[in-house]
Write a protein of this length. Sequence first.
Length: 346
Amino acid sequence: MKVEGLSSPTTGFRFPAEWEPHAATWLAWPHRRATFLGDFDEVPLAFAKLVRLLTCYEPVRVIGSEDVLRHASSLLEGIDQVAFIEIPTDDSWLRDTGPVFLKSKSVRAELGIANFGFNAWGGKYPSWDADAAVARKIAGYLGLQVVEAGIVLEGGAIETDGEGTLLVNHRCVDDPQRNLGYSRDDLTAVLRYSLGVDTILWVNGDLVGDDTDGHIDQLARFVAPGCIVAARQPDRSDSNHESLEANFALLKSLRDARGRLLDVVPIDLPPRVFFDDVQLPASYLNFFIVNGGVIVPTFGHDLDAVAIATIQRFFPDREVVPFSALELIRGRGAVHCVTCQQPALD
C-alpha cells in the first residue's frame, strides 16, 4: 500500500515527552478476567492502590461502563482528585487503547489526539470494539481535535523524546496482523505525519510472555533528550538474553532527530518471573513519569532497588517510588501499560 501526501509534519501538533507537565492521568478500570492469570479479585485492589499513589501527584480520570465505575467508586471512596467518566471498555490496558495526546506547535496552547486503530494486539483477544472506540470518545469528552492516523498501533509501541524522535519496535507495528499491505516506508510516513515527529528509530527485541509482540515501553525508554535506558538480561541462560543484547547494540548505533548518538544506559531485568508455569514479561522499563515523580514497577527481587537507583539518577528533582506490580504483571503489563497521560496546557 502506497501512502500518498504525507510529509512530516503537517498537522501542527507534536508528540510531547512523558516528563512534560500533565493535566491528569487516565485509567480504564479492570473488569475482564480473561487477560489476567490467577485470582482476578486482587487486580482491582492493585488498581486502587495505584490510583491512590497517582493522586499524590496529579488528578486521575477513571473510565468504564456504569457498572464497572460503580465498582471502582466503591474502592476509591474518599480519595480526592479522582473523576469517573462513563466510557465503556473491553479491557484495562489504556496505554494501548486510549488516545495518544498531542500538543500544538503554535504559540496558542492546544491539545489534540492521534487516533490509531486497535485490534487487540493483532487479534489476540476478541472482542475489542469498545476499546477501539475509547480514544475518540475521550477526545470527544475533552473537545479535542482528532488526527486520524489510519493504521493500527498501540500507545505502548511508541516512545518519544519530545524533540522529534520516535522509538518504535518494528515487530508490533510493521506486522501483517496489524498493518497488512503497509511497507516500512508507508508506516514511517504515517507516524511522522500523525505524531509530528521527524525521525523514526526502528528497533527490535521482545520479552518471553509479552503478548504485545515487543512493546517499546518494556524495552527502552527516553529519560532525557538523547538518553535512553534499555533493558538487558545478563544471564546468558535466560531466554531474554539474546534479543535484549541485540537491541541494546542497535540502540547504541542510532542517532536522534538532533543528530545525537544515543546515550544508552542498561537496566538489568529480574530473571524469570513466573505465575505457575507461565513466564511473565517483568520489566522495570514499564515505569510511569508523573508530575514530580516516577512510579517504578517492582517484582520482589533484589534488582528492584538497583533499577530504582538507576532511574533516580536521571530524575534528581522527582520522587522515584516503587509500586509492586505482581498483580498487574499477571496480565502481562505493569504501571505504564495501564496509564495514559494527558499533557497540561502551556
